[in-house]
Write a protein that binds this ligand. Sequence first.
Ligand SMILES: Nc1ncnc2c1ncn2[C@@H]1O[C@H](COP(=O)(O)OP(=O)(O)OP(=O)(O)O)[C@@H](O)[C@H]1O
Ligand SMILES: O=C(O)[C@H](O)COP(=O)(O)O
Length: 401
Amino acid sequence: MFKTLDDLDPEQRVLVRLDLNSPIEDGEVQDNRRFDRHAETVRELAEAGHRVVLMAHQGRPGGDDFVSLEQHADILASHVGRDVAFVADTYGDEAIDAIDALEAGEVLLLENTRMCDEELPEEDPEVKADTEFVRTLAEHVDAYVNDAYSAAHRSHASLVGFPLVLPAYAGRVMQTEYEANSSIATREFDGQVTMVVGGTKATDVIDVMNNLGDKVDQFLLGGIAGELFLRAAGNDVGFDLEGMDFFDDQWEENRETIESLLDERGDQIKLAVDLAYENETDDRGEIAVANITEKDRAYLDVGSMTVDEYDPIIRDSEAVFVKGALGLFEDERFAVGTTGVLRAIAETDCFSVVGGGDTSRAIEMYGMDEADFGHVSIAGGAYIRALTGAPLAGVEALKQD
Ligand SMILES: Nc1ncnc2c1ncn2[C@@H]1O[C@H](COP(=O)(O)OP(=O)(O)OP(=O)(O)O)[C@@H](O)[C@H]1O
Ligand SMILES: O=C(O)[C@H](O)COP(=O)(O)O
């Protein structure tokens, strides 16, 4: 395992990697739960009297959301409850002067790490540790903290290079995310373990079933992935309609695997019994899967009968894990499936983990209380990798320290 903030010596100059990658609208960085979560780690370090130097990324070179972290510093400061200074430099003289001038308890955010050429190419930790970026910054700090669980699947310099040259620790977000997201594979539960899987990517659902099939008693399916499973079970759903090529593409690529999963794990897999669509008056319409004779419309959610079937299964479970939404929940008419399962989880005292960058947003959107869930992950790609048993480069690097 890795060391945590509990193991950190006092009065350190600490270099901390956060993940503040955020949606940007009209040039404005949107506040989101990543700021709030990381604020806890930053506050703990500053209150303990460390000098805190923060690194984070935003977007990728060439993308519209590849911008400076100046706004991030202000948003973070409002969550931490103390000043977060910003310097528009990653590891040049300006950055180093600002780091060297820090007093105990002060916090400084460096410029977008992806503005440094050595950050991005995915390379081995040894290569990253030997970059000028890592070597230069390492000389001006005493310790490295990685709190960026949600970026830990990337083998980038700021994530894997520093643990080779500095004492390295997991921040609070890293620690909690790692423990919760690995728990389905590592923990023994006394009762039933249920996994709700949906979203748009069939391969995510397939990989999760292949990796966790022996740990999970039942998979409750929905979303576009669920429709492809319904199609494999012989129903007239899950075909392409205008503007939705991914249905047929995904079908071609995954048909055989889905069919064999249904063959081998049919007893564990629960499929929707009804689906919802937009009717002639733009309202939500529902139809039983058994009554669908022709694919002539897009289905945007599981139906209410399906929610009624999934609800008691969740309430009887000891642990429930969620990956992917059961419908297009961003549109209130099609949020019934996703909010239905989330409410059932919130109302029981089962151990629960809700993840997927998009799916966990539903909790906020529909006014549910995060405290009613065991853990709500802020990770997207890293969460699915944890569920499918793939190692995370940033976590592995921390463990080696
Ligand atoms: N039937 C459907 N039709 C269209 N979109 C759907 C349907 N069901 C689910 N979705 C969409 O799937 C999205 C969630 O998909 P996905 O599983 O890929 O994301 P996630 O796991 O929550 O997050 P990440 O993007 O981090 O992987 C939601 O935004 C939702 O709108
Ligand atoms: O927002 C995220 O999911 C992480 O920060 C990773 O970002 P990336 O996909 O641009 O590497």
